[in-house]
Design a protein around this ligand. Structure first.
Ligand code: ANZ
Length: 853
């Protein structure tokens, strides 16, 4: 038997919420919109609807946001709390290929299952705003945003995106304009996975490799997004956001700002430019290294070295950037036979190629300073190249050799000798600029975003090709949907599986469609905007809805609270910021950042302390937990496990404990009669005399204060702990004022919505003075400062020296009043039946002893 009938009332309340649209929120201009309320937008990272269904990790963040959403509603906000599905993507397609079903079939089935599971947990989403990134209308606007990128360029003076039509007006040629678009085509060495049959973004490589898929470098023509133009803003505009410092750091490092100089070396009339963060070490450059892919390699290599160079280049082709730059790895390379001239001293230095120099960074060439750079030092040791000290460490006993990034003062450096490193850098940059041998330069590690995939289950590009040139399809032709293919498996053809749809490809007899598709990230880059106005057929979001929900009137603007996992730090969270900024620049949005406040939930590990995974067999299924203990128990347990941000192991015993707690809350209101029915507990009374209920009331008001502050600080576990104390106080009290109990239920409602609504609705009939609404529509209780003060004292009431009752009374209570209250106590009365009170002894502040016989 269940400790309380959650199996009956949880589904009942879910149905009521659904039918009454309890959590629907209106947009400005719509009927029922309340303009007097401030807005609060609380967002979950929407799930990828996998075949496995909801994982107990999902409800962790979702319960946290649900508590906040319900709390804010009760505090008088218009709360936007939506949910949807990130339904394109590789895993759906992999699964479809494996099972031979079309991805649309499996995706819809998975969405239905996810929706059922989320509703089963009682989350207060406005389901009228549900979207899936695979919805045709959604695809239309994703493609429309792509066209905004395609039709824009980054204006470096204004530091913002502008329409390419401006470039046309300036008389730039079509080729020049194509080079400037924020969405452009480039032939680049990309991460190609022969197993997945697609290319991957740099940000994605590690994940797929860790799943056992091969990823190699391969030159391919791809669609790229010019996120690098936004590198500076993506770093600068990150600072004021209320995000965890760890996530900011990950993004900052990924974008990787570095300040230094470009230096021009010469070689037989050719210029080889290097990028360095240490121009002060130019006198210590004893050799130069080109990336094996550097375009000048063929030009400079001497005939004698040609063979060795070619062999070496072939060797490097399959290594990832990470493998190539791994510090612990033995350095490899070959001499080109050529010598370049160091511009600062005219010295000839040998030119090598080595894979630790990447083509994609800086200029793809470096000046090697083995005395002060770790990798150069390791390389020089392997190949016996000269090492020349040019920086003196501040402390005598520091070894100067190979000490990466060392700062001190310059030695053996001509006009720099004696200068501290920062000044030496500056002086060298000025010298280079004055002599036309180099320039100041800021570089970013961030690469442009490789945006095309050779897969079926993604948005097609709204692009056609004619005469070898691309052009945008008109907006009226959106959405461009994938053709129905029975065989959508990758072919190894780098044009992707859509090449099989010959009819679809042929746009006109002379023009053919782009066959690549967009990556899964496209849909998640802007879903939080579509929620604002999901049914709009004219625009991706109306200006009015956008200004209200994202606008900055009275609040910092953007999504007010975004909760999700840390795994998106340099993927979704970076990509979405980039798209948002472009749309902001083009005048479509009111804020330059999408997510004002970000909170990461910690991973929930298996009962064994390991990461949950199918292969370990330690995955906990929410369906099982809900069946056994109810949705409220699961919600409460996940919030009680520990601080939201922490990594915590699952413990089913803990769910049991929570379930017992909720049963105790239930039994404050009800007790079971002989027929096994729950009837209202007689200890709940209306308008009880204050003395009898003061102790509980004081506990309640402390609880109101604590829970209010804890929800604001997202410290849910401590809020629950306090509510447990309050429940204990109510359980052991003889009398509880029903208004106090109902206020307690209001506090618990955001955490355990089903249980509290059920109790409240049952009490409403017996106590008509209670609010005749759902609890979730009540105002949040306020605490009374006076009740927090310790201005009452517990008083022991004895009859003939035996403890019979305890009362909480004002500190300054008079003897007469105290005596009166003691004699009025219901418990005491039962002991005075049929006897005569002889004497009442009052020990102020401690006890009352009634002598009777
Ligand atoms: C000389 C030097 C001396 C350097 C020294 C460092 C220390 P950030 O931007 O901070 O990562 N470098 C430049 N381009 C490179 C490439 N394409 N592949 C591999 N390494 C490259 O560091 C920039 C530094 O990394 C540059 O400064 C260069 O080495 C190297 F004591 O130049 B340095």
């Amino acid at each position: 038997k269940k400790p309380y009938p959650f199996d009956v009332f949880e589904p009942k309340w879910q149905q009521i919420w659904d039918e009454r649209k309890t959590f629907k929120v209106n947009n400005p201009g719509e009927e029922g919109f309340d303009a007097s309320k401030p807005k609060y937008y609380v967002l979950d990272m929407f799930p990828y609807p996998s075949g496995a269904g909801l994982h107990v990790g999902h409800p962790e963040g979702y319960t946290a946001t649900d508590i906040v959403a319900r709390f804010k509603r009760m505090n008088g906000f218009n709360v936007l709390h939506p949910m949807g599905w990130d339904s394109f993507g590789l895993p759906a397609e992999q699964y479809a290929i494996k099972t031979g079903q079309h991805p649309s079939v499996t995706t819809f089935r998975n969405i239905d299952n996810f929706r059922r599971q989320l509703k089963m947990l009682g989350f207060s989403y406005d389901w009228d705003r549900e979207i899936a990134t695979t919805d045709h209308e959604y695809v239309r606007w994703t493609q429309w945003i792509f066209l905004q990128l395609y039709n824009s360029y980054y204006n470096k003076e204004l530091k913002k995106a502008r329409p390419v039509s401006e470039l046309e007006e300036q008389g730039l040629s079509r080729e020049e304009i194509d080079q400037r678009r924020l969405a452009y085509v480039a032939e680049a060495a990309v991460n190609w996975s022969p197993d997945l049959g697609t290319v991957l973004a740099n940000e994605e490589v590690e994940e797929w490799k860790s799943k056992g898929h091969r990823v190699e470098r391969r030159p391919l023509r791809q669609w790229m997004l010019r996120i690098t133009d936004y590198a500076e803003r993506l770093i600068d505009e990150l600072e004021p956001l209320d995000w965890p410092e760890s996530i900011k750091l990950l993004q900052r490092n990924w974008i990787g700002k570095s300040e230094g100089a470009e230096v021009d070396f010469t070689l037989d009339g050719e210029t080889i430019t290097v990028y360095t963060t240490r121009p002060d070490t130019l006198f210590g450059a004893t050799y130069m290294v080109l990336s094996p892919e550097h375009p000048l390699v063929d030009t400079v290599t001497t005939p004698e070295q040609k063979h060795a160079v070619e062999q070496y280049r072939a060797q490097c082709a399959s290594k990832s950037d990470l493998e190539r730059t791994d510090l612990s790895k033995e350095k490899t390379g070959v001499f080109t036979g050529a010598y370049a001239v160091n511009p600062v001293n005219g010295k000839q230095i040998p030119v090598w190629i080595a894979d630790y120099v990447l083509m994609g960074y800086g200029t793809g060439a470096i000046m090697a300073v083995p005395a002060h750079d770790e990798r150069d030092f390791a390389f020089a040791q392997v190949f016996g190249l000269p090492i020349l000290q040019v920086v003196q460490p501040p402390s005598e006993d520091t070894d100067w050799r190979g000490f990466c990034g060392y700062e001190g003062s310059s030695v053996n450096s001509g006009f720099l000798t004696g200068l501290p490193t920062p000044e030496a850098k500056e002086k060298m940059i000025l010298w280079l600029e004055e002599n036309g041998k180099g320039r100041r330069k800021v570089n970013y590690k961030l690469r442009d975003w490789l945006f095309s995939r050779q897969r079926y289950w993604g948005e097609p590009f709204p692009i056609v090709w004619e005469d070898g040139r691309h052009r945008a399809l008109p907006e009226s032709e959106l959405p461009v949907l994938q053709p129905d293919l029975d065989d959508f498996a990758p072919t190894g053809d780098p044009r992707g599986p859509l090449v099989k749809a010959a009819e679809w490809i042929a746009y006109t007899p002379t023009a053919h469609r782009e066959t690549n598709t967009m990556p899964q990230w496209a849909g998640s880059c802007w879903y939080y905007l579509r929620y604002l106005d999901p049914a709009n057929t004219e625009r991706f979001v109306s200006r009015e809805a956008e200004q209200y929900w994202m606008g900055s009137a009275g609040s910092p603007g953007g999504v007010d609270l975004y909760v999700g996992g840390t795994e998106h730090a340099v993927l979704h969270l970076l990509y979405a910021r980039f798209w948002h900024k472009v749309l902001f620049d083009l005048g479509y949005l009111s804020t330059n950042e999408p997510f004002q406040k970000l909170v990461n939930q910690g991973l929930i590990l298996g009962e064994d302390g390991q990461k949950m995974s199918k292969s370990r067999g330690n995955v906990v299924n929410p369906d099982d937990i809900v069946r056994e203990y109810g949705a409220d128990s699961l919600r409460l347990y996940e919030m009680f496990m520990g601080p939201l941000k922490d990594v915590k192991p699952w413990a089913t015993k803990g769910v049991e404990g929570i379930s017992r707690f909720l049963a105790r809350v239930w039994r404050v209101a009800f007790r079971e009669n002989q027929e096994g029915e729950w009837e209202i507990n007689s200890k709940l009374v209306e308008n009880a005399p204050e003395a009898g209920v003061l102790a509980v009331r004081k506990e309640l008001h402390k609880t109101i204060k604590k829970v209010t502050e804890d929800i604001n600080g997202m410290s849910f576990n401590t809020a629950i702990a306090k509510m447990m104390e309050c429940t204990n106080a109510m359980t052991s009290a003889d009398v509880v004022d029903v208004q106090d109990y109902d206020a307690f239920l209001t506090l618990l409602n955001p955490f355990a919505p089903h249980l509290t609504e059920e109790i409240h609705s049952r009490l409403q009939t017996a106590f008509p003075a209670l609010a005749q609404t759902q609890l979730c529509q009540k105002s949040w209780p306020e605490w009374e400062e006076a009740l927090l003060e310790e201005n009452t004292v517990p008083m022991v009431i004895q009859v003939n020296g035996k403890l019979r009752d305890k009362l909480e009374v004002p500190k300054d209570i008079s003897r007469e009043e105290l005596e009166k209250q003691a004699l009025a106590s219901a418990k005491v009365k039962t002991f005075l039946d049929g006897v005569t009170v002889r004497k009442v002894i009052v020990v102020p502040g401690r006890l009352v002893n009634i002598v009777a016989n």
